[in-house]
Design a protein around this ligand. Structure first.
Ligand SMILES: [Zn+2]
Length: 179
């Protein structure tokens, strides 16, 4: 039998908080997608590189204030993940997600309609295809947040039912591409 002797209550707390951080580190605190690298600890929070939400910073307070809500609310996770992606499009610096901002985004944000999601996907394809006829790799994790789908199956739905080849070409022509 092994006995573990701990010097004080503080040591015990440190051990507990370390083991909790280790298991949380590899999942995005917003969308819960497994991450390839652990969160980087920064002053007051964490720097996250998530395959779905992208790169952002989050204060530790957000985790305590809204993480419970996010864990049980599939739609809230998608709303916040989409909002975080949009913020990265607007500015090159990774956005800092505070609890005030997260609450504001959750209250005012909503997911785009399927038609808007298809439009977002077409715009993304337009920005990522070098030339007509080129192929582009589709990773449904980032696309979920980029187009504003609820989850990866939502991306597949948009690809299957909304974005047909003729639609893409129709839009490319409308945008002046593919001539
Ligand atoms: Zn994420």
């Amino acid at each position: 039998m092994t006995y573990l002797r701990l010097g004080s209550d503080t040591d015990l707390l440190a051990v507990r908080s370390d083991s909790r951080t280790m298991s949380d580190q590899y999942k995005c605190p917003i969308c819960l997608t497994p991450m390839q690298q652990p969160a980087q600890q920064i002053s007051g929070g964490e720097h996250i590189v998530c395959p779905r939400c992208g790169e952002y910073q989050i204060t530790r307070r957000v985790k305590t204030v809204i993480q419970k809500q996010l864990e049980s609310d599939h739609k809230a996770r998608a709303v916040l993940s989409h909002a975080v992606r949009r913020m990265q499009e607007a500015s090159p610096a990774p956005p800092l997600i505070t609890d005030e901002l997260a609450n504001q985004l959750l209250q005012s944000g909503s997911l785009p309609s399927p038609a808007q999601q298809a439009e977002n996907l077409i715009l993304w394809l337009g920005g990522n295809l070098v030339a007509p006829g080129e192929t582009v790799e589709l990773d449904s994790r980032p696309l979920t947040a980029i187009i504003g789908a609820i989850d990866e199956s939502g991306v597949e739905f948009i690809l299957d039912h909304r974005v047909r080849v003729w639609v893409i070409w129709g839009h490319f022509r409308a945008l002046g591409a593919g001539k």
